[in-house]
Design a protein around this ligand. Structure first.
Ligand code: SF4
Length: 389
């Protein structure tokens, strides 16, 4: 399986998004604490690792940990807001360290919307520059976008602009807002969209990309809001292929290993023909409305076939629908290769450390962000020190 793991290398950031689900914590990483996490992904047979944050490029050892993971055989990616990546020399340094792919996060190509969502002006120009500097350095470059109330109506405008002006971007990733963690949880009313808010603009965006030969994934959006692009659902692909995901959170949660891709289902989902391969409604923060879900009465096989026959995903071994159905039934019955078994026994590895220096920096960051929150009209998340370990 082509499992991808995540390591949060830092949790601080130079932006101040009102819906950040992973804001600053007192935990710190260094090379010594990150290496065992990489080693564990290798031991589990993972395909690659995504170095994320916070803003991972703020960690001085990002190139070093990328080199370590690359030398260990992992495909190395980063998720970044693009601030440092816009510098061509830094982009070249990451490429030289073995980073293969940069997911640059852009919420809106309307500068005033992007600035509002980022908590700072001028961020769009820098992120767009990062698309070009990363490409010039030889990195593959994708665009990541969190769907929220303020960009929900123009997701198609975003991709039209990006494909026209930055044609090197061949792949797009949408994440519907996770309202259950961090700053997103205390600002749900301001940023959480209704599914209906983005249904049409997402459909237009996906059609545009598909027509232009580009690829995409959409996470935390139920299949009844993906039209004919159900095969692009991250959850559905994981369910179909039995993949898992490990995230090493640089906070009290530490390591989360996700093998179950089903979220919340409404009563009507029981009648839906897509129920078995649908992730449902991502509603851990109780911010979405299950009444928006709409049972589908379509054949699920074309969705499954599009996933298992995907020529861009050669790692999945079962290309035949009948073989997949047998394996899927066995997996569901708990008899076969249950989702998550590929990794073997879970090992408990400390994710980062709590240090005096980290605690001091964190409290300074909290004070700075308290002012930003007041100026930007958003609530600040609870102090991480108050959360249970
Ligand atoms: S009705 Fe329920 S099971 Fe069917 S596509 Fe929507 S969320 Fe998924």
């Amino acid at each position: 399986m082509a499992n991808l793991g995540y390591i949060q290398v830092v949790r601080h950031c130079n932006h101040f998004c009102g819906f950040c689900s992973n804001p600053a914590t007192p935990y710190v990483h260094d090379l010594a604490s990150m290496r065992p996490l990489v080693d564990d992904f290798v031991r589990r047979g993972y395909f690659g690792v995504i170095l994320t944050g916070g803003e991972p490029t703020l960690h001085p050892d990002l190139p070093a940990i990328a080199r370590y993971a690359t030398d260990a055989g992992l495909h190395v990616r980063i998720i970044t807001n693009g601030t440092r990546l816009a510098d061509p020399a830094y982009a070249r340094a990451l490429a030289a360290a073995g980073v293969r792919l940069a997911h640059v996060s852009i919420y809106s190509v309307r500068p005033e919307v992007e600035a509002r969502l980022r908590g700072h002006a001028g961020t769009l120009t820098t992120a767009l520059a990062a698309l070009d500097s990363a490409h010039a350095a030889g990195l593959e470059v994708n665009v990541n976008c969190v769907i929220n109330r303020h960009n929900a109506d123009h997701l198609d405008v975003n991709v039209r602009y990006l494909t026209r002006h930055h044609p090197q971007v061949r792949h797009f990733v949408w994440n519907n807002l996770d309202p259950s963690m961090g700053r997103a949880e205390v600002n749900q009313a301001q940023f959480t969209p209704r599914l209906a808010d983005f249904e049409l603009s997402l459909e237009r965006a996906l059609r545009h990309l598909h027509k232009g030969g580009r690829t995409f994934r959409v996470e935390k959006v139920p299949l009844c809001y993906l039209g004919s692009f159900g095969w692009a659902s991250t959850e559905t692909r994981k369910i179909v292929k039995g993949e898992e995901r490990i995230v090493h959170f640089l906070d009290a949660k530490q390591t989360v290993r996700q093998t179950d891709w089903g979220h919340v289902y409404a009563e009507g989902c029981a009648a839906c023909t897509l129920r078995e391969i649908c992730g449902g409604l991502f509603d851990r923060g109780a911010a979405y409305d299950p009444a928006e879900l709409a049972p589908q009465f379509v054949d699920p096989d074309p969705i499954v076939r599009a996933i298992i026959e995907d020529p861009d995903d050669p790692a999945y071994p079962l290309r035949d629908l009948a073989a997949w159905k047998a394996a899927f039934a066995a997996r569901r019955a708990g008899a076969g290769e249950a989702a998550g078994e590929a990794g073997g026994a879970d090992a408990v590895i400390a994710v980062g450390r709590l240090t005096e220096v980290g605690a001091r920096r964190y409290q300074a960051k909290r004070r700075h962000e308290a002012k930003l929150a007041e100026q930007r009209g958003v609530a600040q998340e609870p102090d991480a020190d108050d959360e249970p370990a």
